[in-house]
Each structure stands twice: as structure tokens, then as C-alpha cells.
Design a protein around this ligand. Structure first.
Ligand SMILES: NC(=O)c1ccc[n+]([C@@H]2O[C@H](COP(=O)([O-])OP(=O)(O)OC[C@H]3O[C@@H](n4cnc5c(N)ncnc54)[C@H](O)[C@@H]3O)[C@@H](O)[C@H]2O)c1
Length: 266
């Protein structure tokens, strides 16, 4: 039997770079996937490619009523919700460019980032948990970032939102663990998607210099971790934020410079 056989998984941001790779992995492992995204066409395309175990739906995680109706609708149609994967966030390049520093970011963008990323993720949990409590079992995966692990020169709103998601994850795990609900977060480092190239292609080599691996991450790397968290074999893991970043955060910040220095001495 496959690891995720017949598990019902709802994933937001399913049409994006990481989301679509996760949907594909979940399907490969036997799941039924409700693929939710702001851009309906992106998830319809995915369903056309992967077959009728992918159910495409439109959602805006910043729209409370719509998000609730998508979660309730999935349970009404499929009978249960085994895993909620809150993967969507504001990632479009325009937003990323305007998300700068505490004094420079437009206040409207700060508010919108927290509303979509934090409150949107929170709403997913809030609407999924009652169904999971009825089932006596449930599993939530949230999406943080290495932006939650340390400060950055820009993206004050995005990074703050991701830190809040780690806090939310630990609180959900604490409040509902004894009732059979697990909650973990994934904190990806640089994962090469279409948007990653659009935001600043020149960032790739710079970030790779600070990774301990020969290559940057791919969406499939996140798919592999998400499948593990979605499966029952991770049953003893909850309240954790799992960093998957090629070791970028695992060494002294000066390591790359120090390596250059040592090479110069040789
Ligand atoms: N790619 C990376 O390097 C990286 C690194 C760290 C964290 N992450 C996180 O991983 C997740 C996925 O990122 P990605 O790289 O695949 O981005 P992406 O831009 O490729 O995909 C994001 C998807 O989310 C959808 N979306 C945006 N706003 C939405 C909303 N309000 N409601 C529903 N869907 C919405 C978009 O339509 C898109 O399909 C995000 O939470 C992101 O912050 C990505």
C-alpha cells in the first residue's frame, strides 16, 4: 500500500512552483488532492495533467468566507480532511520588491502581507480543525521560510509573517495534540521556481555560495518532506518547524568568505 493511500489532502497555493510539485508527489503516493489556488487555471491545468484524483478549486486565503466554504466543501464531497497544507503566501514579484524595510514599506502592504500570510494560514487551521476533531484525527502542515530563522536586509513584512506562522504552528500543536491533531511547519531556503527566477535571477549564484550543498533546492525537495509530514510515519512529530535550506543556516555567516581566505593561503 502506498504511504498516502486515499488520504484526503487540501493544499493552498497548489498551482505554484512548490505547490504543484507537492500535488504531484501526493498523487504519486496515493492521495486524493484538493488543489486550491487563487489562479483557478493553474490548478485546472494540474488536474488535466495528473487526473481526476486532483480536484481543482479556487480560493483566496485572505477571503475568510471563501476559504471556509472551500474546506467545508471538500469535507462534504470527500467525507473527511486528513491533511491541510497551508502553502499559499504573497509571493508575486511586485509584492516582493515593495516589501522593504520598517520605515520604507508601504503600510498597506505590511497589513496585506500579515492578513494573507498569517491570518490566511490561521483561517485554514481554524476552519479545518473542527472537521479534524470530529474525525478524532488530523494533520496540518504550514509554510514558514528561512526568513523566519534570522533577520534580513529587506522583506520585513514577509519575514515577520513567517515567524508568526512558526508561532501559530507550535500553538496549534499544543492546543490540539492530545485530540489527535498534529501541526508542523516547513521552512524552505531558496527553492528554484519560476517566480524565483522572476524576482532576481542573479540571486541564485549568490545564495548558492552560502549553501553547503552543490545545488539549490527544487520544489521536489519540498514535495518529499511534505509527503513525509503528511504520512502516518511522522506520527510522533508535531510542533516542529523543519528547515530545508541546503544548510544555509547551519554554519557561521562568514564561512564562504573564510573558505575564500583559506584558498588564498593555499
Ligand atoms: N520558493 C522559495 O524559495 C521559497 C522559500 C521559502 C518559503 N517559500 C514559501 O513556499 C510557499 C510556496 O511558494 P512558491 O515558491 O511555490 O511560490 P509561487 O509564487 O510559485 O506559488 C505561490 C502560489 O500561491 C498562490 N496564491 C497567492 N496568493 C494566494 C491567495 N491569497 N490565496 C490562494 N492562493 C494564493 C499563487 O497563485 C501561486 O500559485 C510560500 O508560502 C512561500 O512563502 C518559498
Amino acid at each position: 500500500m502506498k504511504r498516502l493511500q486515499d488520504k484526503v489532502i487540501l493544499i493552498t497555493g497548489a498551482g505554484g512552483g512548490i505547490g504543484s510539485a507537492c500535488v504531484e508527489r501526493f498523487i504519486d503516493e496515493g492521495a486524493i488532492v484538493v488543489a486550491a489556488d487563487l489562479m483557478l487555471a493553474s490548478v485546472e491545468k494540474l488536474a488535466n495533467r495528473l487526473g481526476d484524483r486532483v480536484i481543482p478549486v479556487q480560493v483566496d486565503i485572505g477571503d475568510e468566507q471563501l476559504f471556509k466554504s472551500v474546506i467545508d466543501g471538500a469535507v462534504a464531497r470527500l467525507g473527511r480532511l486528513d491533511v491541510l497544507f497551508n502553502n499559499a503566501a504573497l509571493t508575486d514579484p511586485t509584492t516582493q520588491y515593495m516589501d522593504t524595510t520598517a520605515t520604507d514599506i508601504p503600510l498597506e502592504l505590511w497589513r496585506r502581507t500579515l492578513e494573507v500570510n498569517v491570518t490566511g494560514t490561521f483561517m485554514g487551521c481554524r476552519f479545518a480543525i473542527p472537521h479534524m476533531l470530529k474525525q478524532g484525527k488530523g494533520n496540518i502542515i504550514n509554510t514558514a521560510s528561512i526568513g523566519a530563522n534570522a533577520g534580513d536586509s529587506v522583506r520585513v513584512a514577509y519575514c515577520t509573517s513567517k515567524i508568526a506562522i512558526v508561532g501559530l504552528t507550535k500553538n496549534i500543536a499544543t492546543q490540539y495534540g492530545k485530540k489527535g491533531i498534529r501541526c508542523n511547519a516547513i521552512a524552505p531556503g531558496p527553492i528554484v521556481t519560476e517566480n524565483f527566477h522572476k524576482v532576481a535571477p542573479e540571486l541564485g549564484p549568490m545564495l548558492l555560495r552560502h549553501a553547503l550543498t552543490p545545488e539549490l533546492g527544487t520544489p521536489d525537495d519540498i514535495g518529499a518532506l511534505a509527503a513525509y509530514l503528511a504520512a502516518d510515519e511522522s506520527r510522533f512529530m508535531t510542533g516542529q518547524c523543519l528547515t530545508i535550506d541546503g544548510g544555509i543556516g547551519a554554519h557561521h555567516p562568514h564561512t564562504a568568505d573564510f573558505d575564500d581566505y583559506l584558498a588564498g593561503l593555499a
